[in-house]
Write a protein that binds this ligand. Sequence first.
Ligand code: HMG
Ligand code: MG
Length: 316
Amino acid sequence: MNHNSAAMIKKILQFPKTVSIMEVGPRDGLQNEKVILGTNDKISFINSLSQAGYKRIEITAFVSPKWIPPLADHNDVARGITKYPNISYAALVPNLFGYEKARDAGIDEVSIVLSASQTHNKKNINATTQEAFERYKEVVKTAIKDKIPIRAYLSCSFACPYEGAMDPQVVALLCLKLYELGVYEVSLSDTIGVASPFNILRLLEETLKYVPIKSLGLHLHDTFGMALANILAGLQVGITSFDSSAGGMGGCPYAKGALGNVASEDLLYMLHSMGIETGVSLSKVCDASLQIEKKLQKMLSAKVLNNYRVGLKSEK
Ligand code: HMG
Ligand code: MG
């Protein structure tokens, strides 16, 4: 190996020492399951995730129960969980009504969702992109006044199931508009899980012209099995905030073809193997997933969970 290659590897190996994970299984995961779990089962799942060491858990969504029936019990879930100190319990809200309900139920932080695609916004939140921005201006203003941290998902950041590939320059400017509203983070979201590491780097190249890296996260569905490779690309440029879902559950009912998120177990295994700290116990997340898959009556897709199920309990 020549000197240049060794120097290049040394540079590549400079990964962040710690990353922050938002566990989205109870929201993104359960919103897309055929079996609708009972409230107590959800509460017990969230309590197990709290014991696993997460610092941020998205526990539900204060959305219309007509649009997302599996999360209709958002109030009871938010009020029923055991709240651990130092954990931020988050919820997704699509409008001011949902925000106020979330705040009144004791939610610690909220997420709004906007899509880079007009068609997906209409299908998902029944608003044009412009209408959604107007709604969210009020939501962000109120959250800031209430001192409730707020972040944003930018759905279809790479591609839309209705409109196809997104233009990174257009997505980067939308990301800037969200950031300027006052959110602490924009989670660039691959809703249908089609991006490759090239797409991640290309979008980051554009977005970093406008938004600081500490205010960007990645929310990656794993339809084509690219999510971990995409996270590695993000890590290499210094992204330190990632969303993942226990067992690999997830999907958006209003985005055809959206499969599960990157599985928390697989992400933890990769990060811990690389010496990157998360504060989360992989085996405890596996136990929480095994508990929920029994209730869902199906095997969850996380690869590390498959190994754990047959007794390979490597604590990474
Ligand atoms: P709409 O039908 O235009 O709303 O839906 P509306 O204002 O006309 O109200 C209709 C009814 O909903 C009324 O009740 C309202 O009170 C009620 P009714 O009088 O008919 O009995 N309503 C609400 N109820 C509870 N909570 C609320 C709320 N707002 C109104 N917040 C709306 C507009 C935004 C409400 C609807 O489209 C909606 O709830 N959409 C949410 C869809 C959703 O949750 N999709 C999945 C999450 S996004 C996702 O998964 C992507 C993500 O993971 C990132 C990625 O992967 O890309 C985040
Ligand atoms: Mg999602």
